[in-house]
Design a protein around this ligand. Sequence first.
Ligand code: AMP
Ligand code: GLY
Length: 416
Amino acid sequence: MKTVLVVGGGGREHAIVDALSRSSRVSKIYCAPGNAGIATQAECVPVKDTDVDGLLEFARTRAVDLTVVGPEAALSAGIADAFRAAGLRIFGHSAAATRIESSKEFAKRLMARYGIPTASYRSFSDYEEALTYVSRRPFPAVLKYDGLAAGKGVVIAADMQEAREALASMLLDHSFGQGRVVVEDYLEGPEFSFMCFVSGDDVYPMPLSQDHKRAFDGDKGPNTGGMGAYTGLPFITDADREFAYQEIMCKAASGMVSEGCPLCGVLYGGLMKTADGIKVIEFNARFGDPETEVVLPLLESDIFDVFDAVAAGRPVEGLRWSNAVTMGVVMASKGYPGNYAKGFEIKGIDAADAHVYHMGTALRDSCYITNGGRVLMPVCKGASLAEARARVYEAVSQIECDNLFYRSDIAHQALD
Ligand code: AMP
Ligand code: GLY
């Protein structure tokens, strides 16, 4: 029987821990740092996800057989390199391979070199040059900070005034750091998320899902980390999926091998179905959050075997997924993604008829309290999306808290 360490402490990691807890091969799960919900299924350890030395020390002393990494910050900090150098098995990419997410310019060059469809672009470090380039092109203009920016580094500027402000913030004030700015063509169409387990050239697809980035109904309001997700996308055909698999995900994986930085973990394609075909909006080097919470409940094979095979460079055998569909609704603190208060009591989680993943909770006097921007995500299965929707909103209505809000239109692109 195996001991597994999961790194991270959000809803994504709760879904990973939940899937591992169904494994017949795993007897002990640690999660660093975890959260109050994860603590019901794993032993939480107070080590930060970017404390590579601390995690390595922990894994060594507790005889951890396999470590699974959630957040990109840990991967960028070199956790996988350090574990492998120490002879420890880990599911997660090297820091060099994580550049497919952490550097927009690296990702763009990879796509250009290996013929992967994406918006054309130019990158700038000089404010005046960027401004001149943008002023000569049609609006809206897509401006992306080239580095990790916690999902806030992308601005779709409607006019020159907005472009000037965004470029000044990124290139003059260095709001996110010293990175460059990528200016790219504006694309239109439904977006979807395609996550695959990847080990070098081998690419194993997961069911497609769709996130909802804006805070409010009707896709209004500020961009967030994601307010809800579902699987079973009616607007993506089998041919679309096959194209995305072969021409995007497999090409990216083999491109990374050719570049000398093979992938070993999850490759996440943030894709858009445009009138001109499917194109890449971004790559991430990890499971998506909240996509993982709707995708992993559909896995019918033992997830330990999948993680362990990828981490060891063995082929993944017999990956099986349920035909059901899932939907999840994020319940977030009022004010998120801006400022919000924490510490509000939450009731009804255990009574809710759903898988309730904890994204940001803590315990106070044996009661759950809010402890983050995104707090909870109830997820339900159904034979159809309409069924999953009815169930999940019923579960949401059973959860009581004075300081939470949620979107009431998850999956509107599929159902309305
Ligand atoms: P990213 O962080 O690159 O995924 O961008 C965040 C969001 O900005 C995406 O989910 C899209 O909705 C939007 N976006 C990014 N790039 C483009 C583009 N080239 N055209 C239109 N929308 C975009
Ligand atoms: N849901 C988008 C992400 O994980 O980046």
